[in-house]
Write a protein that binds this ligand. Structure first.
Ligand code: HEC
Length: 145
C-alpha cells in the first residue's frame, strides 16, 4: 500500500487551491454575471428661475397690479422691464431709501438711467404708495433700522 506522507498531502492541497484560484479568477466558478446597465439619466426639471445669472423670473404684470395713484404709469414702465411689481410692493421705504434703490437698479442691475423729472415722479409715487411699514410687523428687523 502506498504510504501517503505529509509532503504529498501538502503538495496536493496547494495544487488544488492554486487550480481553484485560477478557475475563480477566470470566472469558471461564478457562472454568468449580470451585466451593468447604467441608470437612465434623470431629466433635469425646468428651473424655477430663469437660468441666466441673477435674472428675475418673467412676469405678466400690468399697470393695474400697482396701486392707483399719481405716477403709477411711469413707475410701472420704468420699473417692470426686468421684474414684476411684487419685488417693489414687498418693500416699504423712505424717500431716501427708494432713491438709493433706484441707484442700485442703475448701478447693480444695469437699469438705463432715467431723466431727473421722471425719476422724481417715480420717487414721489413709490414714497407715497410704499412708505416704511408701521411699527409692529417689522419692528424687530435690524435691517430696516
Ligand atoms: C434693468 C433691470 C431693472 C429695472 C429697470 C429695475 N430693476 Fe429692480 N431689480 C432688478 C434685479 C435684477 C433685481 C434683483 C431681483 C432678484 O433678486 O430676484 C431687482 C430687485 C429689485 C427690488 C428688490 C429688492 C432689492 O433691492 O433687490 C426692488 C425693491 C426693486 N428692484 C425695485 C425697482 C424699482 C423701484 C425700479 C424702478 C425705478 C426697478 N426696480 C427697476 C432689475 C431691475
Amino acid at each position: 500500500m502506498t504510504q501517503l506522507n505529509i509532503t504529498h498531502v501538502v503538495v496536493i492541497s496547494l495544487t488544488a487551491v492554486f487550480v481553484l484560484v485560477a478557475m475563480d479568477r477566470g470566472g469558471a466558478l461564478r457562472g454568468p454575471q449580470p451585466t451593468y446597465t447604467p441608470p437612465a439619466p434623470v431629466q433635469a426639471a425646468a428651473p424655477a428661475v430663469d437660468s441666466e445669472k441673477g435674472k428675475p423670473p418673467p412676469h405678466n404684470d400690468t399697470v393695474d397690479d400697482l396701486p392707483e395713484g399719481k405716477g403709477r404709469e411711469i413707475t410701472f414702465y420704468t420699473c417692470t422691464a426686468c421684474h414684476g411689481v411684487a419685488l417693489i410692493k414687498a418693500q416699504g421705504l423712505t424717500r431716501d431709501l427708494w432713491d438709493s434703490s433706484i441707484d442700485l437698479m442703475i448701478e447693480k442691475h444695469r437699469m438705463p438711467p432715467v431723466k431727473p423729472a421722471e425719476r422724481a415722479e417715480v420717487l414721489d409715487y413709490l414714497t407715497e404708495q410704499f412708505p416704511p411699514r408701521r411699527r409692529g410687523r417689522n419692528a424687530d428687523n435690524p435691517f430696516l433700522k
